[in-house]
Design a protein around this ligand. Structure first.
Ligand SMILES: *[C@@H]1O[C@H](CO)[C@@H](O)[C@H](O)[C@H]1NC(C)=O
Ligand SMILES: *[C@@H]1O[C@H](CO)[C@@H](O)[C@H](O)[C@H]1NC(C)=O
Ligand SMILES: *[C@@H]1O[C@H](CO)[C@@H](O)[C@H](O)[C@H]1NC(C)=O
Length: 482
């Protein structure tokens, strides 16, 4: 198998295996016990707009009870169970019968088939009706419990529903409901216009994909900029997406163990958060609010967000310190049913835009040509007359140094040239002229030593042709690499 194919497979694997937590299909049996969606977020604690209703208050073994989940607003997912009312943390009891198998499905929670009901897609609904069948050895009192996902990050876990008691049993008094607490946070402001690439390279560092695009004019431009301001860094992120855009700081070129910053479209608003991506799990949202001066904008299918972060966040070890270099990933995708969709469908659309590989290869190129290349050329042109006779290993010293540095240059160029290929798993279609330039530089760099070995002896009448060609090709390559 070729290296390219391997790289693509690895990429697909890394991204797709993070998909285990996306459940728009409602197969949520992992959540049977806790009834907690496997999200990186905390559930909503305010009063829910959803209610559960039953058509009876008393039942006997084998009875059928109609259970209705309805809301004053839509929901995209749910998980409904009946449990022992005296022990609501125990397994689901009884079994359900569907009235609409298109929008609802039965799940096996615990040992009983059909002991829970969930959604079949993330299509919005406001009401579902199912029938619960009381088991033979039913607890004296049964409580219906439901988890409802309204939309991204807005979900209520284990909403208590009605309690029904077996006939002839004193009903347990309803539990007092705990008053909900709302935490006030500073309201993010709305940005007036798209971000600008003006000042990139001076006041701020920018990553643009495609290379050189202008976020002000081109809605398909992915843009990330960062500008240090004292002990903080201001980030600007924008790009086309229906769901979310994000970037991650990583210690390596693979996703996992990364410090991620997400801007998620949520019902006409943008939710800006920091999260930690551990291995293949869903990003875990930062418990502390570490982002300040948050601002966003939604226009022309583009999500835009800006925020400020402290360089060092000692209270949260999952926030990387910003005074070290990192690989940067940019990502985008769907955000539905409270999940960032890392499933196969959007996996292959979820392109990690590793512009830093260009930055890194750019740095290697720079080292290669500025340092080694220039010094080599410099030595050849200036020190050649000064050290005409000193020798090292049988060759004149200036020539040895020149050749050594030039070989280093060619090697560094090779590494710099192959990095974007290895990372992107092939030729980048979105990088504009960059790969072509890279190719040309590599060709020219490889041409030099070949020419050098074929050079005519110093006293040959054609030696001047080599001298000029050698110098000319070297200069062109150096200019292009820069
Ligand atoms: C709960 O959801 C409502 C929308 O129904 C939202 O306005 C509120 O901010 C949410 N509260 C929390 C704590 O997430
Ligand atoms: C409640 O609904 C179930 C299922 O539709 C039905 O069998 C039962 O007779 C109903 N009970 C009452 C009291 O309406
Ligand atoms: C229901 O829970 C109570 C309290 O834990 C327990 O005593 C009772 O046996 C349970 N009933 C069933 C049928 O499991």
């Amino acid at each position: 198998m070729g290296r390219r194919l391997w790289t693509i497979l690895l990429l697909v694997q890394t991204l797709c295996l993070t998909s285990v937590d996306a459940y728009p299909d409602g197969k949520v049996t992992e959540s049977c016990g806790s009834m907690m969606p496997i999200h990186g977020h905390a559930p909503n604690t305010s009063h829910s707009p959803y209610t559960l209703a039953v058509n009876v208050t008393k039942f006997s073994s084998g009875d059928y009870i109609q259970v209705t989940l309805s809301g004053t607003t839509y929901f995209e997912g749910f998980l409904l169970e009946a449990r022992n009312a005296s022990n609501p943390d125990s397994d689901a009891v009884g079994s359900f019968i569907l009235t609409n198998p298109k929008t609802t499905q039965l799940l096996k929670c615990g040992h009983t088939a059909g002991s829970a009901v969930s959604h079949t897609s993330d299509a919005r609904q406001t009401k579902i009706v199912v029938i619960w069948n009381a088991p033979q050895n039913s607890p004296d009192a049964v409580e219906f419990l439901v988890t409802v996902v309204a939309h991204f990050k807005t979900f209520w876990v284990k909403i208590p529903g009605p309690v029904v008691s077996q006939s002839g049993v004193t009903p347990i008094p309803p539990k007092p409901t705990t008053p909900s607490t709302t935490i006030m946070t500073s309201t993010p402001s709305v940005l007036p216009k798209p971000f600008s690439s003006v000042g990139c390279g001076q006041q701020k560092s920018c990553l643009l994909d495609p290379v050189g695009c202008d976020p002000e004019k081109d809605p398909s431009c992915f843009f990330l900029s960062f500008a240090p301001k004292g002990q903080t860094v201001v980030f600007e992120l924008s790009g086309p997406s229906d769901g979310y855009i994000a970037f991650a700081l990583s210690h390596d070129t693979w996703m996992g163990d990364d410090d991620m910053y997400l801007c998620v479209r949520d019902d006409g608003l943008v939710d800006v958060s920091a999260a930690y991506v551990e291995g293949r799990s869903y990003p875990k949202e930062a418990s502390e609010n570490v982002l300040t001066d948050v601002a966003w904008r939604l226009a022309d299918g583009v999500i835009q967000c800006r925020f400020r972060r402290q360089v060092l966040v000692p209270q949260d070890p999952t926030r990387f310190s910003l005074d070290a270099p990192y690989y940067l990933f940019m990502a985008y995708g769907e955000a539905e049913y409270g999940e960032l969709q890392y499933d196969i469908r959007s996996c292959c659309g979820l392109i990690p835009i590793c512009n830093t590989c260009f930055v890194i290869s750019g740095i290697l190129m720079l080292i290669a040509w500025m340092l080694a290349g220039s010094t080599g050329t410099f030595l050849a042109s200036y020190f050649k007359p000064d050290w005409p006779e000193r020798t090292l290993f049988g060759q004149r010293i200036w020539f040895q140094v020149h050749r050594g540095l030039m070989i280093l240059t060619v090697l560094l160029t090779c590494v710099a040239f192959t990095l974007p290929f290895i990372y992107r798993g092939g030729w980048s279609k979105r990088a504009g002229a960059h790969p072509y330039l890279g190719c040309t530089v590599l060709t020219l760099a490889l041409l030099q030593p070949i020419m050098a070995t074929l050079r005519p002896p110093p006293d040959s009448s054609r030696r001047w042709v080599f001298n000029w060609l050698h110098w000319g090709v070297g200069t062109v390559a150096e200019i292009m690499a820069g």
